[in-house]
Design a protein around this ligand. Structure first.
Ligand code: HPA
Length: 275
């Protein structure tokens, strides 16, 4: 079966369960899954039950799709995502985003854990992404272009929607949460960076670095979606203070910051109708 047919087959399977109208898509990153438990009247489907879906492998990334309402807004949330470093092809990594398109998702919120290179950042801080640098060794749009998904050469002059960024800033402000705005460098992982790599990523313009989000953003922009992304700074790669880091620490720091991130997302969602 062609990729497009597989995407549509999966969307049909899910649409029979949800009957989604116009949900906001949400991808919950490492340690940030708690928000999913606040979704009202949830319909929960394990990735293992979804035809053509890759399966999640990493600790702390359990795989569930949750459809329902969050602060009154129709949402379709992924609890757990597929990372390139797990061995999935880049096409598999973005498969769920393409399925979301056929479930009428036009607006997407991505979240992740990342390492901060900007010296103003601290562990537990939150950054709204205003741009990104693709340092994955590939691109999800490689290969023959599928016209039904988008153009051959998509414009990337506004990878993160400026209106959404504004609303996210307003939401954080109203809640009294400090919020950074910065550039996310997306790398394959799975190693964390060496001191020289953190320095390099800072020099080329990165404020934070992580192992996700960029492929999903590219696939979503190709599909014409509006995208916003929030990152929890879980460790620091600031010159002179690069410390050891482990997956457990990343998970713990993300879990600690999750209530702050969740409150921003919840406050922001109903404002989406204004743009
Ligand atoms: N580097 C890459 N990915 C990450 C980091 C980091 O320091 N922290 C969380 N994800």
């Amino acid at each position: 079966m062609s990729l497009l047919d597989r995407i549509k087959q999966t969307a049909d399977f899910l649409q029979n369960k949800f009957n989604a109208t116009n949900p906001v898509g949400i991808v919950l990153g490492t340690g940030l899954g708690e928000l999913a438990s606040e979704i009202k009247d949830p319909i929960i489907i394990e990735y293992a039950e979804i035809p053509n879906f890759p399966q999640s492998t990493v600790e702390g990334h359990d795989g569930k799709l949750i459809y329902g309402r969050l602060n009154g807004v129709e949402v379709l949330a992924m609890k757990g995502r597929f990372h390139f470093y797990e061995g999935y092809s880049i096409e598999e990594v973005v498969f769920p985003i393409r399925v979301m398109h056929f479930l009428n998702v036009k607006t997407l919120i991505l979240s992740n854990a990342s390492g901060g290179m900007n010296p103003a950042y601290k562990v537990g801080d939150i950054m709204v992404l205003n741009d990104q640098i693709n340092l994955f060794p590939t691109n999800p749009l490689m290969g023959p272009n599928i016209e039904e998904l988008g153009p051959r050469f998509p414009d990337m002059s506004e990878p993160y929607d400026l209106d959404m960024i504004q609303l996210i800033k307003e939401s954080a402000n109203m809640l009294g949460h400090e919020l950074h705005e910065g550039v996310y460098a997306g790398v394959s992982g799975p190693c964390f960076e060496t001191p020289a790599e953190y320095k390099y990523l800072r020099i080329i313009g990165g404020d934070a670095v992580g192992m996700s989000t960029v492929p999903e953003n590219i696939a979503a922009k190709h599909l014409g979606m509006k995208v916003a992304a929030l990152s929890v700074i879980t460790d620091l790669g600031v010159e002179g203070i690069v410390e050891t880091v482990s997956h457990e620490e990343v998970q713990l720091a993300a879990q600690n910051a999750e209530p702050k991130l969740a409150s921003i997302v919840k406050r922001f969602l109903p404002k989406l109708t204004t743009i």
